[in-house]
Design a protein around this ligand. Structure first.
Ligand code: FAD
Length: 484
């Protein structure tokens, strides 16, 4: 392919790559414009059944299809299953493992991230990333009695909730579950829906009170004490719902809070064991735990290998390649990045933060396409999309609908100027509002609260709510009045 007729090229068949390629086709004014998508996986992910909940919150399904189906779709994307091994930014060409050279006019790298395992050598430690690893997990669980789960993010939480008939030791470095998403209060609320653990090595901690002012309305005596509404489509792959994670014992969860894995013994190094289990985990609290295998749900590291030969670009502290407010990889020309692989360097809105999630992979992929087309066709920089104004995430943990808005966990806020107002109805809802200098900066909504739209508007409008003070979440205060 010659350089003059070079297409837009997208590397990666995840949400970011597919959203970018599809948008390039839709947005380009010249419908003959070629869009080539290269993916090392023969299965690609697309977004379907988009349900707009509020201005910024979308719920959608993630569908896996064969890469060939992208070629067959009416959009006319040229999709190819191949492993890209190198990018030559001077010649504007990508090179595949078979030596094929594909020239590009503009390139978007959406190579995602891979699990960071606590131990890469031990064959009894697995990570969860894709269908293959979930299948592996399913067959391992079926023949296991006891496992250790390490990690405290969404994957660990969903996994522990979904496991059945198995003894689980959950190793959590923090003092409460789901620290990425929740404080101790929300964790306690959610834990009440788990099977009551038989052996708790720690009691749940109270919400982090540090210098923030906490006001809790406990509505336990309120009339609404029925169970939360379950069901509805969960955002994300639903990997745990389509999988049978059933072991060969009975379910028991032991929480090991505030500790990490120090060592993993297996094979010849496993001395003194009666041989019942193939692996032994030594924790920083001194406990030795024997088990069938270990799930390491300890975060991801971006796949930045294609930038190794580009010293002019910046790799940020979180391991992602830095992009500017037009999704351009800083330091190189005509290369963009989106999704888990990138790290946003722009001056962020006070209510937005980057998290490696499906929603953001899709938003970034689409915005990258807008920028690529705008730079190609008009030479102008589009303004940052509105979706980057306020952080939103809808998910499900332990059967509850969860909505996270803005700086829901007081991220980077001066706690001296921050007030938290919380309302809890046991078994039904947990609502936390983050007020910064009297204005709403974030919220955590657990259960069917129906407050997401009102709160998103309050965050975006920046209204002064200080006169409500501690009564902000009082049941008699109707915040909707603001928008009538
Ligand atoms: P990926 O989906 O990782 O796609 C990367 C693509 O790049 C792949 O197709 C890969 O084959 C391709 N690729 C990589 N290197 C090359 C190369 N050299 N050449 C060619 N192709 C290459 N987020 C949520 O919001 N909600 C959830 O419920 C949720 N659950 C999750 C559960 C699990 C088990 C995991 C692992 C993640 C979950 N996430 C969830 C996070 C979410 O999956 C990611 O944020 C999202 O998939 C990132 O999309 P992406 O397109 O950037 O990368």
């Amino acid at each position: 392919m010659s350089c003059e007729m070079s297409p837009y090229v997208v590397i990666g068949g995840g949400i970011a790559g597919v959203s970018c390629a599809q948008s390039l086709k839709v947005i380009s004014s010249n419908k003959q414009t070629k869009v080539v998508l290269l993916s090392s996986s023969s299965v690609v992910k697309s977004v379907t059944n988009i349900n707009r909940i509020t201005q910024n919150i979308e719920d959608f399904d993630v569908t896996e299809t064969k890469i060939t189906e992208l070629n067959d779709s009416s959009l006319g994307i040229e999709a190819k299953c191949c492993d890209v091994v190198k990018i030559n930014p001077e010649k504007q060409v990508v090179i595949t493992s078979t030596g094929e050279e594909i020239f590009y006019s503009k390139l978007c790298v959406c190579t995602g991230a891979k699990p960071s395992l606590i131990n890469n050598q031990c064959p009894h430690v697995i990570g969860i990333r894709d269908t293959q690893t979930v299948n592996e997990l399913e067959s391992l669980v079926a023949k296991s009695k006891k496992i250790v789960v390490v990690g405290n993010g969404g994957i660990a939480m969903e996994l522990v909730y979904s496991l059945e008939n198995i003894d689980v030791v959950w190793v959590i470095k923090d003092t409460s579950i789901g620290k990425t998403f929740f404080d101790g209060g929300a964790a306690e609320f959610l834990l009440s829906s788990l099977d009551q653990p038989k052996d708790r090595s720690d009691t749940l901690v109270e919400p982090d009170k540090r210098r923030s002012k906490y006001t809790v309305f406990n509505l336990s005596n309120n009339s609404s004490t029925s169970a939360p509404v379950l069901g509805g489509s969960a955002l994300g792959p639903d990997w745990h719902q389509q999988t049978s994670l059933t072991g060969s014992s009975s379910k028991n969860i032991t929480f090991e809070y505030g500790c990490t894995v120090q060592e993993i013994l297996y094979g010849g190094s496993l001395v003194g064991s009666d041989g019942q289990f193939p692996v032994e985990v030594i924790l920083s609290n001194g406990k030795h735990i024997e088990c069938d295998f270990v799930v390491s749900a300890t975060g991801v590291s971006p796949n930045i290998h294609l930038f190794n030969n580009m010293p002019s670009c910046t790799i940020n502290l979180d391991g992602g390649v830095e992009v500017d407010s037009n999704m351009r990889v800083t330091g190189v020309k005509n290369i963009y990045a989106a999704g888990d692989v990138c790290s946003c360097s722009w001056q962020k809105s006070p209510h937005w933060l980057q998290m490696r999630l499906w929603t953001q992979a899709r938003q970034m992929g689409i915005f990258a396409a807008h920028c690529m087309v705008s730079h190609s066709e008009t030479g102008t920089d589009p303004i940052l999309d509105f979706c980057f104004e306020v952080f939103t995430h809808v998910t499900k943990f332990f059967g509850y609908k969860i909505v996270l808005l803005g700086k829901y966990n007081c991220q980077n806020l001066d706690l001296d100027k921050t007030q938290l107002v919380v309302r809890v109805t046991p078994g039904l809802e947990y609502i936390k509002v983050v007020l910064f200098e009297g204005r709403m900066y974030g919220a955590v909504l657990v259960g069917e609260t129906d407050l997401e739209e009102t709160f998103e508007n309050l965050i975006l409008n920046g209204m002064d709510l200080s006169h409500y003070g501690e009564n902000l979440l009082h049941p008699n205060v109707d915040l909707d009045d603001y928008f009538d």
